[in-house]
Design a protein around this ligand. Structure first.
Ligand code: AMP
Length: 363
């Protein structure tokens, strides 16, 4: 079965072609102005496919799983544009382009939020007036779900533990960063919230801050809503602290003694460590800690900074094993560590292809 995976952004379209579970090609078109023309060209180049799987950022509370796209799904994705203005509109443009070009092709939506729909109400409800949830659906949704689900599956296989018994803390560390507490194979809590701004320190996003700071900036400093939005999403995080959002650059600067780069590394790792501690307590038992994403998979320094001095949790990282580089899953804990520590290459496209194949195959 040939599956095309599409990730339609506001100005780019990423695609990957799968033949059963093997990726056979991929590509990225940038500076996209017209999704229809771009997707026509992609489909023209790769030829006939059996189904198309789309990454859709927001599935709201409706979608706990991936779905075959019909008119009802299209309307729901459209309604959710207000919750993910930067993403759902572009995702929908990709879906509508394929529907126009090939009306008979099966299309599947795979949502970043679905995996986290198992989070219990006491973990997803914010302590603001309940009417904001009831009327405006303001709650924690969580993102990166496709990645957390994929690495949970891979960790289960590697550790040989059935998913219904598997407790993990999964870190997806890249330009965007999130951590998930996985209980019995399902998401129990995650660090991103109503939007992907909450939680860990990210490339240019602040993660958790005192919300009163926003009010201070508006009232005392006279900043507009748009200015605050830009500061928190584009000018904060690692970039805000040391001027660079790229972890490789920051590590290089830190090696040369740059004080702000060193501070950025410490802040990044300390925030992650605090989440690790709180999720260990929330889960009660942890079988494994998993690192994925550009930073999680490639930065022994960050993994070490997050995991060092955690004997209190029975966590011991092996310095030598931590230096290994591999696209295959590998273990970096000592023999004595009570909790396994794994590095797993995440593959969101493969997960989308897998889900698309499952649903399109049943169709
Ligand atoms: P992603 O969004 O998953 O593509 O991850 C991008 C982030 O991974 C950037 O901050 C990169 O600097 C970081 N990254 C990639 N390779 C390395 C590496 N070898 N060491 C440290 N960070 C890396």
């Amino acid at each position: 079965m040939k599956i095309l995976v599409l990730n339609s952004g506001s100005s780019s379209v990423k695609y990957a072609l799968f033949e059963d579970d093997k990726q056979i090609s991929n590509g990225l078109v940038e500076r996209v102005e017209d999704h229809l023309a771009t997707i026509k060209e992609i489909l023209g180049n790769i030829g006939k496919v059996d189904a198309v799987g789309h990454r859709v950022v927001h599935g709201g509370e409706k979608y706990k799983n991936s779905v075959i796209i019909d008119s009802d799904a299209i309307e729901t994705i459209r309604d959710l544009i207000s919750l993910a203005p930067l993403h759902n509109g572009a995702n929908l443009a990709g879906i509508e382009a394929v529907a126009k070009l090939y009306p008979d092709i099966t299309q599947v939506a795979v949502f970043d939020t679905s995996f986290h729909q198992s989070i219990p109400d006491f973990a997803y409800t914010y302590a603001i007036p309940i009417s904001f949830y009831e009327q405006h659906k303001i709650r924690k949704y969580g993102f990166h779900g496709t990645s957390h689900k994929y690495i949970t599956n891979e960790a289960g296989k590697f550790l040989n533990i059935a998913e219904q018994n598997l407790n993990l803390i999964t870190f997806h560390l890249g330009n965007g960063d999130s951590v998930c507490a996985v209980k019995n194979g399902k998401s129990f809590d995650t660090s991103m919230g109503f939007t992907p701004l909450e939680g860990l320190v990210m490339g240019s996003r602040c993660g958790d801050i005192d919300p009163q700071i926003l009010i201070y900036l508006a009232k005392q400093k006279g900043l507009s809503v748009d200015e605050i939005d830009k500061i928190l999403n584009k000018e904060s995080g690692l970039k805000g602290i040391c001027g660079s959002s790229d972890m490789r650059d920051i590590e290089a600067k830190a090696q040369n003694g740059d004080k702000l780069a060193l501070l950025a590394l410490d802040i990044f790792a300390y925030r992650a460590k605090k989440y690790l501690g709180s999720y260990a307590v929330a889960l009660g038992r942890v079988d494994g800690i998993v690192f994925a994403g550009g930073i999680g998979e490639n930065s022994p320094l960050i993994r070490m900074k997050i995991l060092q001095d955690l004997e209190i949790l029975g966590i011991e990282i092996d310095e030598q094993k931590n230096q290994v580089r591999s696209r295959e899953p590998f273990e970096i804990n000592t023999e004595n560590s009570k909790i396994k520590i794994l590095v797993i290459h995440t593959d969101e496209e493969k997960e989308i292809a897998k889900q698309t194949m499952r649903l399109a195959g049943d169709n």
